[in-house]
Write a protein that binds this ligand. Structure first.
Ligand code: SF4
Length: 104
C-alpha cells in the first residue's frame, strides 16, 4: 500500500479565490450586512445579476464597490423595499429593533 503522495506537497486545492468561502454551516456563499435596524443577506449562488437591487437603491447596492452592499447608506425601509425587488431570492432581510422606543 502506498500511503504517501508523490512530491509530498502541492496537492492541496485549498485557497479560495479571494474572500472566505467555506462556512461550516452551509456551502453557499451567503453574506450578511447589518446595521442596528436591518440585516441584509445575500446569497451569491442565487443571484442572477438582474440589477434590480442596484437600480432600486444604488447607494446601498453597488457591484463596483466592496463591500458591494452598504446597508448604512439608506434607511431600513428603503433597503427593505429594494430587497423585495430581488427576483431570484438572493437577497433577504431581517428587521431589528422590534421593540418600540419607550421614552425613558
Ligand atoms: S436584485 Fe437580486 S438577483 Fe438581481 S442583482 Fe440584486 S441580488 Fe442579484
Amino acid at each position: 500500500m502506498s500511503a504517501t503522495d508523490q512530491g509530498g506537497e502541492g496537492v492541496t486545492d485549498g485557497g479560495a479565490m479571494s474572500e472566505g468561502v467555506g462556512d461550516d454551516s452551509t456551502q453557499s456563499s451567503m453574506r450578511a450586512y447589518s446595521t442596528d435596524e436591518i440585516t441584509v443577506e445575500w446569497r451569491a449562488e442565487r443571484c442572477i445579476h438582474s440589477g434590480n437591487c442596484a437600480r432600486s437603491l444604488p447607494r446601498v447596492f453597488n457591484p463596483r464597490r466592496r463591500p458591494w452592499v452598504d446597508v448604512s447608506a439608506a434607511e431600513a425601509d428603503a433597503i427593505e423595499s429594494a430587497v423585495r425587488r430581488c427576483p431570484s431570492g438572493a437577497l433577504a432581510f431581517v428587521r431589528h429593533g422590534g421593540t418600540p422606543s419607550e421614552g425613558r
